[in-house]
Design a protein around this ligand. Sequence first.
Ligand code: FUB
Length: 330
Amino acid sequence: MSVGFYDPPVINIFHQADPAAHVFKFDPDTVFIYGSHDYNSTTASDDVGSQYDMKDYYVLTQTDISQPATVGNKILDLPDVPWAQKQLWAPDVAEKDGQYYLFFPAKDKSEDGLFRIGVALSDTPDGTFKAEPDYIEGSYSIDPAVLADDDGSYYIYFGGLWGGQLQAWTNNTYDSSQLGPNAPTTGNALGPRYAKLSEDLKSFDGEVQELVFIDQDGQQMQANSTRRFFEASSINKIGDLYYYQYSTGDSHTIEVAVGTSPQGPFVWNSTLLQPVAGWTTHESITKFKDDWLLYYADASLTHQDNLRNTKVRKLVYEDGTLSLAQPQPL
Ligand code: FUB
């Protein structure tokens, strides 16, 4: 059950969801907001998200969060991705040595239509990005999020249950019988996957691993917990700690878990966001000037699950915990 959440959209006339907000050295006075580009798709809704059949990405920019965002360039178009069939879902962008890397999921052209993760490159944060000819070898599932660590290492995190197909991959091996809107309900919860990225950020450096979340009671997060990982990873380093945010999917909250290493384990810390309008919820956090900001999206403007708008809210960072600057109205 979703409830309303009344921050205004950063822009009404452009439907963007799954915001991945970044401030780059390139222009410290601008927040670049990447995300899924929703449109009024008539593809029938189902529990594997067929109604989210997005075909391109644009970038939004904001120089003042009290003012509307501006729609920038179309930065990637589905026909320009040689390996992709459909469904450009939540992306992320990382910068390295003045190059910008757009990481994005899409279904490949195989019979099963498996989600894979691709990368596209640009010299500027507002594109156009050029896709690599194939998806990242060994990649699967959705919702990539990239961490640039202080030591120069880059890590990619990904995964999403049900339509995101994470449950169909065990030890990086695909099992078609697990496709569909299902996930374990007993035992340890499935964790998102992560890998170190190679120097050129175009491949995985080593095997994909599963991230472990520890619940409040000190035990590994269980599959029947309303706080278990579902999708929508984002990660930030604040001081010496790593903050991992994610959506719980069918229980519709955004949770935060904290770790001392990019490879986890991450210990549950707080619930950052209660359910918003619409089924999906997806966040990212960035520091803009002196403020920590939460970018998220909901469907309060359209009441249509696949026609969402990005929103922004200031955060408070106190005693090691992130929280909304004002309480969320219920
Ligand atoms: O926008 C499509 C999918 O819905 C995203 O990849 C998920 O995070 C959820 O927001």
